[in-house]
Design a protein around this ligand. Sequence first.
Ligand SMILES: [Zn+2]
Length: 51
Amino acid sequence: MLRGEWRDTVAREGLPDVEMDESGEEPPCPACGTAAPLVDGACSDCGLALG
Ligand SMILES: [Zn+2]
């Protein structure tokens, strides 16, 4: 039986090798233009709520 081989194939080919990178692009703040990660859903520079 080839159950082990089948499972190994699914394990290798069943899942796309894609990594989600959510920290690569930060939209600039419409108020001050700062393109930095939000702090508690608000701009870290001027404090405008963006979340
Ligand atoms: Zn801002």
